[in-house]
Design a protein around this ligand. Structure first.
Ligand code: HEM
Length: 216
């Protein structure tokens, strides 16, 4: 791994990888806008937007969760630097997903929305996932890092709750789709396991946090 580090690390590329992260995170949105403008979103564009934004959010959540475990590997410590921007992009796509639901799908009809969110369990769980991400997005700035100190690390573990709720949301929104939620669920479970082992080891040693594991 080590010889690749100067090529791949943001230092070696003068931040090129950081730019690539933004391009990769924004390109699904550009494709969506392009398809929307060309009327290429199929017979039910609102549903298509719902599916695509939901999937982008899930993928970005998984990528965010992968940063810390990857950064623990030799020569890959720099990967942890991408966690914050990936997490913020995940939140932004979740916001679009929710906005599409309440705005385009329900026309901001709050009464109908309230009824359906409590009636449709997948929507309720989706909302819980979105709300779990909210405090992470709010406290992502460096000012909050100083203010919250170690508590921020604990707060940011909420991302695992958001990921688990998302998997349930995914599985419940269409019962015919079983393989995909299972695959994503397996990946999230694996990533969570790596972190839990780390937390248990740290607790057993009674040591403070280390640079590579300051956040989830
Ligand atoms: C962190 C937050 C969320 C994530 C990661 C997420 C993710 C997803 C995913 C992965 C899908 C399935 C996409 C596919 O089948 O390709 C989906 C579908 C959907 N989600 Fe979410 N979701 C979230 C929050 C919400 C919220 C807050 C609502 C509304 C209250 C919502 C409403 C829906 C709807 C209506 C569908 C499509 C259902 C259908 O037409 O069959 N989601 N979401």
């Amino acid at each position: 791994m080590f010889p690749l580090s100067p090529i791949l690390s943001p230092k070696g590329q003068g931040g090129g990888l950081r730019i690539l992260t933004h391009v990769l995170a924004l390109s699904p949105l550009a494709v969506l806008a392009w398809d929307f403008a060309r009327g290429d979103l199929g017979a039910n564009p609102i549903r298509e937007v719902q599916f695509r934004t939901g999937k982008y959010t899930l993928v970005l959540l998984v990528l965010t969760l992968s940063c810390t475990p990857l950064s623990m590997l030799p020569g890959l410590k720099w990967v942890a630097r991408f966690r914050r921007s990936l997490g913020l992009y995940a939140f932004a796509y979740a916001g679009l997903h929710f906005l599409n639901f309440i705005g385009l799908d329900y026309g901001f009809n709050l009464r109908l929305l309230r009824e359906d969110i409590f009636e449709k369990r997948y929507a309720f769980v989706g909302l819980a996932a979105f709300l779990s991400l909210l405090p992470l997005a709010v406290t992502s700035g460096s000012g909050w890092a100083r203010r919250l100190g170690k508590k921020r690390e604990q707060l940011h573990r909420l991302i695992y709750l958001a990921a688990i709720l998302t998997i349930v949301h995914f599985a419940w929104q269409d019962k015919a789709k079983t393989v995909e939620p299972l695959v994503y669920g397996g990946v999230v479970a694996g990533l969570l396991l790596v972190r839990v082992v780390g937390w248990v080891r740290r607790a057993a040693r009674g040591t403070g946090s280390q640079t590579s594991s300051k956040e989830p």
